[in-house]
Design a protein around this ligand. Structure first.
Ligand code: MG
Length: 163
């Protein structure tokens, strides 16, 4: 068995009147992410971390935002496709850890749901999925509530020959 590490980062601009998805959960808020897909920055950062761990490029390469088939797509589907892609290369996720940078709203009430949703798609236990949130103390684009940023890291391992 061999282990590999990956990291991912994503940013989406927030605008009034759009739905706001993070970690596969819709967050009640006056603003949402402007995007070609559903704009789930947590899932996008996670996809990039997983792809990075396997040295398989990035999310934009696999799911181009110029293709109509990805217009408004549920990012949970992109994560599922990413996990499938890793599996074809002989890898599976071990654990993931993410930090969401967002000034408002407070995300603590939604984190358990995010962990459940992500663990299910990744086929790993919920205690192998960590999601954290921080404000940026009102500094920068996050602090001005103009956008959301997410950092993610993951560990992947080679599939056992018996799997
Ligand atoms: Mg994105």
């Amino acid at each position: 068995m061999s282990l590999r590490i990956g990291n991912g980062y994503d940013v989406h601009k927030l605008e009034s009147g759009l739905p706001f998805f993070l970690g596969g959960v819709e967050i009640p808020h006056s603003r949402g992410a402007l995007a070609h897909s559903d704009g789930d920055a947590l899932i996008h950062a996670l996809c990039d971390a997983l792809l990075g761990a396997a040295a398989l490029g990035d999310i934009g390469q696999h799911f181009p935002d110029t293709l109509p088939e990805y217009k408004g797509i549920d990012s949970k589907i992109l994560l599922s496709k990413t996990v499938d892609l890793l599996r074809t290369q002989g890898y599976r996720p071990v654990n993931v850890d993410a930090v969401i940078c967002l000034q408002a709203p407070k995300l603590a009430p939604f984190i358990p749901q995010m962990r459940t949703a992500l663990a299910q798609i990744l086929s790993i236990p919920q205690d192998a999925v960590s999601v954290k949130a921080t404000t940026t103390e009102s500094l920068g684009f996050v602090g001005r509530e103009e956008g959301v940023a997410v950092y993610a890291v993951c560990l992947i391992e080679t599939l056992d020959e018996l799997d």
